[in-house]
Write a protein that binds this ligand. Structure first.
Ligand SMILES: Nc1nc2c(ncn2[C@@H]2O[C@H](COP(=O)(O)OP(=O)(O)OP(=O)(O)O)[C@@H](O)[C@H]2O)c(=O)[nH]1
Ligand SMILES: [Mg+2]
Length: 489
């Protein structure tokens, strides 16, 4: 080896060490993205990352609008045990011809974007350019259902679960499972077959209870509904079984076995999620398909309000519980976002926001929530429609125009996935409270409008000019500003 080789190696090593040091010294913001199944998490993250790394049209995201973002790029994600968010795959589907929405995702995943930016003040600029790692964590909202379990014993949980299943709107779904429970003696000897049968019936009950009640108020455990990697695992082979008397379960009994598995579920499934992911979040966005709830009427909106309350309680457990100890690093900003706002004309976007704000305010009051800054927003991460005016006699009606996916129906018409359709989405009411009254169904002109699924716009990965065209969205930039803006000053 020559001396020059050696110095080069040393220089390389030093550069490498320098980069590693820079990396460690760069502040990190962990951004949680959650919401129930199909609420729009994957589309939101894909659009967010794309807009950051390829430069979007984001007038309300100050750092970008002021030209202070030098570059943003993907980095290997730091947690080896967490699957990486499949950004390129999701984007690839949107770049297909015809473009397709991403596949459903059922697991937690994570992605790191690093933003290099210029500070706002001369004083800070003297310190050199700013850098921020944004670790985006996508996790199913169903997993939040499990948080309250950490504070419950098996006996208490069992008593609650049985009471829950006896509620009038659930009793039909829970019939078979309740019947089994009524025949079982918790002090009978432990038996694997009974555990399997009971867990099977309990899971079926949870799934059936969820169909008309898809919000978070659905009873847990969340992994029974969305098992992910745990499908078929013995960790899920238990079910609630109230004790015979208020005494503890006897040793070697069925009750004791189920109680042990419940504790294992807490320590092997729930706790790691909260400790390794949830408790480390700095910011959180909760995506809510508000429009579906509006379309479904007052009862669905009341459900949605309970959901928001449950979510808020997760983020601020009671002051003196041990959970609040774990959540030492607390979320300081929480954004509730009504997704898919492109199903409405822009004149209704503020109204959609007002509906979600009203529900969030009520939920905050009930959950005695304070501390974090909470914002509500109506957005479309990836806008699939444009606006037009249709003439009806002398009247001009504001419409939305898009290409419905093949097989979508509107009245008698079945769409082929190629033809455009102009629909009049109806107006949301001025006063959101009117929707919450028992008779408060909205006069949305065509209820089916929201359920028309439109094709996403085609994402072009390259353009002849070399500039990557910005993705269409609604208010995505305001969401980014709220979630990241103050960390890029
Ligand atoms: N029009 C419109 N539709 C959207 C938008 N975002 C999501 N969608 C629709 O909602 C569906 C679900 O979006 P995803 O991002 O996959 O939702 P998710 O929360 O990741 O769903 P899971 O992975 O199943 O939990 C998409 O397939 C689209 O049909 C949007 O901004 N506009
Ligand atoms: Mg997803």
């Amino acid at each position: 080896m020559r001396l020059s080789d050696l110095t080069e190696t040393t220089a390389d090593a030093l550069r490498g060490a320098g980069a590693a040091l820079l990396d460690v010294m760069t502040p990190t913001l962990r951004l949680g993205v959650t919401g129930l199944a199909r609420s729009g998490k994957t589309v939101f993250i894909t659009a967010l990352v794309r807009s950051l790394v390829a430069g979007g049209r984001l007038p309300f995201f100050a750092a970008m609008a002021e030209g202070r973002v030098a570059r943003a790029y993907l980095q290997p994600q730091p947690d080896d045990a967490v699957p990486r968010f499949a950004y390129e795959e999701h984007l690839g589907l949107l770049a297909n011809d015809p473009p397709r929405w991403p596949e459903s995702t059922k697991r937690i995943s994570q992605l790191r974007v690093t933003i290099e930016y210029a500070h706002t003040t001369a004083f800070r600029r003297a310190l050199g350019p700013g850098r921020l790692h944004v670790d985006i964590v996508d996790y199913p909202g169903e997993w939040l259902i499990d948080l309250p379990l950490l504070e419950l014993s098996f006996a208490d949980w069992s008593l609650r679960a049985v009471k829950d299943a006896r509620a009038p709107h659930r009793v039909e779904a829970g019939k078979d499972w309740l019947e089994l429970v009524s025949t079982l003696d918790p002090d009978s000897p432990a038996d694997e077959q009974t555990a399997l049968t009971g867990a099977g019936l309990f899971t079926r009950y949870l799934q059936a209870a969820r169909t008309p009640d898809p919000e978070l108020t659905a009873p847990g455990p969340g992994r029974f509904l969305l098992p992910g990697d745990l499908a078929g695992s013995p960790l899920l082979t238990f079910f609630p079984l109230p004790p015979a008397r208020d005494a503890a379960y006897q040793r070697g009994s069925l009750g004791a076995m189920l109680a042990r598995r419940f504790e294992s579920y807490k320590s092997h499934v729930v706790m790691p999620f909260f400790r390794d992911h949830f408790a480390r979040l700095d910011r959180q966005i909760v995506l809510v398909d508000t429009l579906s709830a509006v379309n479904a009427g007052a009862a669905a909106l009341a459900d949605l309000q309970r959901t928001l309350e449950a979510v808020l309680k997760c983020f601020r457990p009671g002051a003196n519980t041990w959970l609040s100890g774990i959540l030492a690093r607390r979320i300081d900003r929480l954004l509730f976002a009504a997704t898919k706002a492109d199903h409405l004309h822009h004149t209704s976007h503020d109204r959609l926001e007002a509906i979600l704000r009203l529900l969030a305010d009520k939920a905050m009051a009930r959950a005695a929530f304070a501390g974090a800054e909470v914002k509500t927003l109506a957005l479309a991460s990836l806008r699939a429609t444009r606006e037009a005016e249709a003439k009806s006699g002398r009247q001009r009606l504001p419409c939305i125009v898009g290409v419905p996916l093949p097989g979508e129906r509107l009245g008698a018409k079945v769409f082929d996935g190629k033809a455009e359709a102009a629909v009049f989405p109806g107006d949301l009411p001025d006063d959101p409270a009117s929707l919450l009254a028992p008779s408060g169904r909205v006069a949305l002109a065509a209820d089916s409008v929201h359920f028309l699924k439109f094709r996403p716009p085609r994402v072009s990965l390259e353009s002849p000019s070399g500039e990557e065209p910005a993705l269409p969205h609604i208010r995505l930039d305001r969401a980014i500003e709220f979630l990241l803006g103050d960390r890029l000053l």
